[in-house]
Unconditional design. Structure first.
Length: 95
């Protein structure tokens, strides 16, 4: 397996883990108070949007040239990092 493919699989695994956390938050959404439901729903929607963007970036990684790969790699790392931070923040609001 080449470096690009290995990195793509790493991003996909991190994304899968993040999606599991979003799913857990989504299940908490159903039991959230009426007053916070809409705000929490917006948070979940934003997390799902970020996940879709990361999935798109992961697909591009496998087919990228070396120069493009480095740029996409950095973008994917930043996106995963931002999503992880957003999940932590969301989890603190859902308690």
């Amino acid at each position: 397996m080449d470096t690009k493919e290995a990195y793509k699989k790493k991003i996909e695994a991190e994304l899968e883990e993040a999606q599991k956390k979003v799913a857990a938050l989504k299940s908490k959404l159903e039991s959230s108070a009426k007053e916070t439901y809409n705000d929490n729903k917006k948070i979940i929607d934003e997390l799902e949007k970020k996940a879709n963007e990361i999935k798109s970036q992961a697909k591009k990684l496998g087919n990228a040239s070396e120069g493009a790969f480095e740029v996409l790699k950095e973008g994917a790392e930043n996106a995963i990092s931002a999503m992880s931070k957003a999940i932590r923040e969301a989890a603190s609001k859902f308690k």
